[in-house]
Design a protein. Structure first.
Length: 80
């Protein structure tokens, strides 16, 4: 996924395990900005097992590690 297609506040899945955990984008850190010491952009995310969980971890990911949530996942999540 490209950095330009990431929307702050949206939830994403991980490329390595697309059926487990959610990563909600909190902010986008440009290269060498703030705590980002890398030469590429990273996404600050709230990482949790459930989509609307009250407990989550703050993790940083490359944009290429994130996937958009499939429409079938969106339909099942809204029914809960």
């Amino acid at each position: 996924m490209k950095i330009s297609s990431i929307v702050v506040g949206e939830s994403y899945r991980m490329k390595d395990h697309p059926d487990y955990c959610y990563a909600e984008a909190v902010s986008i850190l440009r290269p060498k900005e703030g705590i980002n010491v890398h030469t590429y952009s990273i996404v600050k995310c709230k990482y949790s097992v459930e989509k609307n969980s009250k407990f989550s971890l703050i993790k940083y990911f490359k944009p290429g590690d994130l996937l958009e949530i499939r429409s079938s996942d969106k339909n099942t999540d809204s029914k809960e």
